[in-house]
Design a protein around this ligand. Structure first.
Ligand SMILES: [Zn+2]
Length: 352
């Protein structure tokens, strides 16, 4: 027989062997089939070695005939390998049928909300119930929105109080140091009455046990006709009691911020000692939460509101600080280190 005839014979043998493998549907048989034709001692391999003995004139035609069969077998084997994977899966399914009526395994590891996210959701919910809407604003902003429009002119000492990150090569673009920039954006875009909270990230060049270069604030403000300091006090009291518990007292202390007049800081009674004094509250009986006040007439002027017609109040505080107090964390930086073990301590349904 010529090489071409032998090749044809091998091809037809392969076709019948393949049919046998398909009928048995055993994954291992595919590799055995490949070895018996294309392996070192395979049938086709032997023919290819015989090509050496064919005369020079006949060799190209014989080589071509063998090659055609080799390519055919190779592509058939590849298709069989894909088929074999399906056989494997159905073999597993036959061995271990799935019982869909079994209960879900108790070992499933369910993730949990980050304490800061959890606290932000809780705060949003409290303020929504008080009739506030949520507003968003840019983290990169201009000097105007972060400082000048908020009654913090150039060379004002308040700019030194907040160590600002300026964008490289720019004296005007900065990472906002406070969510108060959203006050200006909102007041320029909307007309009173306004009742807005704006949670977001802020940035300051600062890092120690109680400060991180990035932290989360909530800014809140109300603008309408006839808004008084009593509305401010009532709002602060309502949200502190909703977060820390209705049995704890709250208080305002006079303070100064350029964008409010008069200004105040607000505290909640220490939940650990109920005002008696302990390490957490540094023996004062109070936990400082944030700053607030009546919106300064200059701020209204900067956004084109008539301060003889409208009045308003604003407040701001750190979400992380509240989470730190609520969950009794010693170091604020723990919140941002991404330590999976630490974050796993806060179950999904942790009540804020
Ligand atoms: Zn205390």
């Amino acid at each position: 027989m010529s090489i071409a005839e032998i090749s044809d014979k091998i091809k037809s043998d392969f076709i019948s062997d393949k049919a046998q493998v398909m009928a048995e549907a055993v994954p291992e048989a595919v590799e055995a089939l490949r070895l018996s034709y294309l392996g070192k001692k395979g049938k086709l391999t032997a023919v290819m070695e015989d090509l050496r003995n064919v005369s020079k004139e006949d060799r190209p035609a014989a080589g071509k005939a063998v090659n055609v069969v080799r390519q055919f077998i190779e592509s058939e084997i590849e298709a069989l390998k894909t088929q074999a994977k399906e056989w494997e899966i159905s073999a597993i399914l036959r061995q271990k049928p799935i019982d869909v009526t079994l209960p879900v395994s108790a070992d499933v590891n369910i993730g949990s909300l980050h304490p800061v996210t959890h606290m932000r959701h809780k705060l949003n919910q409290v303020f929504k119930q008080l009739g506030f809407t949520i507003y968003d604003g840019p983290e990169i902003d201009t000097d105007f929105f972060n400082f000048s429009a908020l009654n913090i002119p150039d060379h004002h000492p308040a700019r030194d109080m907040q160590d600002t990150f300026y964008l490289e090569g720019s004296k005007n673009l900065l990472l906002r140091t406070q969510t108060s920039n959203i006050q200006i954006h909102a007041m320029l875009n909307e007309k009173p009455p306004l009742r807005i909270i704006a949670p977001g990230r802020v940035f300051r060049c600062d890092s120690d046990m109680t400060h991180t270069p990035m932290f989360h604030q909530i800014e809140g403000f109300v603008v309408d006709e006839g808004i008084t300091f009593a509305h401010l006090k009532g709002t602060i009291d309502a949200f502190l009691k909703a977060i820390f518990g209705s049995t704890l007292a709250t208080r305002l202390r006079p303070s100064f911020f350029p964008f409010v007049e008069p200004g105040a800081e607000f505290d909640v009674q220490c939940g650990l000692c109920h005002g008696k004094g302990c390490r957490t509250c540094k023996n004062t009986g109070w936990i400082e939460i944030g700053g607030c006040g009546m919106i300064h007439p200059n701020v209204f002027e900067n956004v084109g509101y008539d301060s003889s017609q409208y009045s308003g109040f604003a407040f701001g505080f750190g979400i992380d600080r509240i989470a730190m107090n609520r969950f009794a964390l010693p170091d604020l930086r723990q919140l941002f280190e991404g330590d999976y073990k630490f974050l796993g301590n806060f179950p999904v349904n942790a009540e804020g």
